[in-house]
Design a protein around this ligand. Sequence first.
Ligand SMILES: Nc1ncnc2c1ncn2[C@@H]1O[C@H](COP(=O)(O)OP(=O)(O)O)[C@@H](O)[C@H]1O
Ligand SMILES: [Mg+2]
Length: 312
Amino acid sequence: MGEKRIIEVEGLVKHYGEVTALDGVSFSVEEGEIFGLLGPNGAGKTTLMEILCGLRRFNEGKATILGFDLVKDSRKVRGMIGFCPQETLLYDLLSVLENLAFSASLYSLNRKKFKERVDFSSKVLGVGEFLNRKVQQLSGGMKRRANLAASIIHDPPIVILDEPTVGFDPNIKREFWELIKTLKNHGKTVLLSTHDMYEADELCNRVAIMDKGKIVALDKPHVLKKTIGGEASIHIKVKDTQTKKALKPLDKYSHILRDNEIQIFVTNPWEIMPEVSNKLISQGILTEKIEIVEPTLEDVFIKLTGRKLTEE
Ligand SMILES: Nc1ncnc2c1ncn2[C@@H]1O[C@H](COP(=O)(O)OP(=O)(O)O)[C@@H](O)[C@H]1O
Ligand SMILES: [Mg+2]
């Protein structure tokens, strides 16, 4: 990974009327990394990406792409970014190839370059098998590939992906993750948003955890997971909703409550486990499950905000 900062954002503020979607966001992305914005719905991820792509104005702050100012050099900046929004922007009645040609025309690609890019899309992004099929006949996974191909037809150094795998089943998700890693291997810098902690963990070199328009933590996934204050946590699921009662004997440990579940962050789970279960038994508390789990990025989010990443 290069040391070069390819995206620099400082103090971005964005209001939609009364709503503050971004409340002073600062971070930078280094050349060649996969950088993740992890946060729940409404955190401000899409707003931030749309601003970086020049699709939205902002109220305060500054951002530069490869040293060029987002506002002053907006034309230049636009060609440096390929934005793949959550909703596909393809024409249903056109074939994939026709869609690619349309996108290419927006960037005035010449014939030779277009041919090269169709080749790349076919071989690397895997759209070769359905180049001549109409978009309306494609599966969800194929559509998302075609959408990505169209978004980066102009071969930009930066690829911005808004929740690229939302709604995918696990297999297709994995395939898409491989594809994103391939982009990185082709030298692209990737900025992606997600509310999937596994996706952020698996793909990203660094992750900014966002909540309510703010970045609440930013680091490499393994470093973030260490910040929860323990090597692991003990998850306890109690029968009924006796949670409050169950929590009482465990007061001395840090814990977080979700319905009838307790989570205790500890550095020595194997040593504490017997003590915990003895205490529960002595209180006559019936448990459904007690297990030791490795920390996840969601644990980090819970610890920082007291809420879960996704609603159940
Ligand atoms: N066009 C808009 N008009 C008004 N409010 C908006 C608009 N777009 C987003 N918001 C609000 O801004 C906040 C951030 O939204 P968004 O950027 O879509 O977050 P995310 O992508 O993380 O779900 C939310 O409170 C959302 O309701
Ligand atoms: Mg969004």
